[in-house]
Design a protein around this ligand. Structure first.
Ligand code: F1P
Length: 319
């Protein structure tokens, strides 16, 4: 088993460790309570988990939330964030804590007087130095491609939203009890027959669809697309043929089923990964399917998923 595969399978036990760590840490969550608006900022995979986290906070706390790429906050601040008029919080998400845009974004937010809360794996990062509060997770990940860091950081943020909204955390227990459901092995699929890969998800699963296409692209150097599920009907479906594989992360609603039927009728093969938690708290675990799919596709193509072309573990920008 390669290091990357080990990091994927570590999630079977480590996600529960992360759950215990976050629920037992005495985190100061007062800034989440005080904030009227909460921004979630990240780059790449960390941005995609920001999308899912923002949606859970919006529902749980009934506050305005928005996920923003780090580069937007670093270089286009005013187009994304209005001048501070009330208490606003920015949650800064970064595995390395050293992505250039994230450090610049945190410096901009600090100058403007925003409260910042950092979620990272790196206790010595530049990002941490520029944030007011932090959650540093006890997770080690060496690979270039993010796998367990994605699920761990997303899980932590979902838990924080539930802690702040005083929601019962029992939901997570049933997700951990059913963790094997998320390690669904895609190797039964003859992926070689598909020329077009699409991931769809709405609500909290939008971020999972976006991360899924990134995983497949990085690991197997295969182009893949992702959309907020119902957006797919507004144009992109024109590309569907019998060589299209569509993965839908779904709540199993009648609208989502109808969408699946529609794209099947155009010739696509559809895999529906149905929620086992009515509120999408299992989003953090759903991404495992796509991580396994990335590895599987890489093997089929003879590509090393541990060495994505042109990508480094920390993405820095020499300015
Ligand atoms: C995230 C990121 C990933 C990318 C690669 C390197 O940075 O750029 O999107 O896939 O794994 O890291 P961060 O979370 O460290 O800021």
């Amino acid at each position: 088993m390669t290091k990357l595969e080990k990091e994927i399978y570590d999630q079977k036990t480590e996600l529960k460790v992360v759950f215990d760590f976050v629920t037992k840490s005495s985190l100061d969550l007062s800034s989440f309570l005080a904030a009227k608006s909460i921004y979630f900022v990240g780059c790449g995979s960390s941005y995609y988990l920001a999308i899912s986290a923002a949606k859970h906070f919006s529902r749980q706390l009934a506050k305005f939330t928005k996920a923003i790429p780090g580069g937007e906050v670093a270089f286009h601040f005013a187009e994304n964030i209005p001048e501070k008029v009330d208490t606003s919080l920015a949650v800064m998400i970064s595995r390395s804590g050293d992505s250039t845009e994230m450090v610049l974004a945190a410096q901009n937010l600090k100058k403007k007087g925003f409260q910042t809360f950092c979620v990272t794996l790196n206790p010595e990062s530049k990002l941490l130095e520029n944030c007011n509060d932090a959650l540093v997770l006890p997770v080690e990940e060496e690979s270039v491609v993010m796998t367990k860091s994605f699920s761990s950081m997303l899980l932590s943020l979902l838990i924080i939203a539930d802690l702040v909204s005083k929601t019962n955390l029992d939901h997570y227990q049933s997700i951990f009890n059913n963790i094997d459901y998320f390690f669904f092995d895609p190797s039964y699929l003859d992926l070689s027959k598909f020329k077009h890969l699409v991931f769809l998800g709405s609500g909290i699963y939008e971020g999972i669809a976006r991360e899924s296409s990134l995983k497949v692209e990085e690991m197997s150097l295969t182009q893949a697309e992702a959309f907020s599920a119902f957006e797919y009907r507004h144009g992109p479906k024109a590309l569907v043929t019998e060589e299209t594989l569509i993965v839908i992360f779904s709540n199993g609603t009648k609208e989502e089923r109808r969408l699946a039927e529609e794209v099947k009728a155009y010739g696509a093969q559809v895999i529906e990964r149905i929620s086992i938690d009515g509120f999408g708290r299992d989003a953090f675990a759903h991404v495992i399917f796509s991580q396994l799919m990335g590895v599987h596709l890489a093997k089929l193509k003879g590509v090393d998923p541990q060495k994505p072309r042109n990508l480094t573990r920390v993405v820095e920008f020499n300015l």
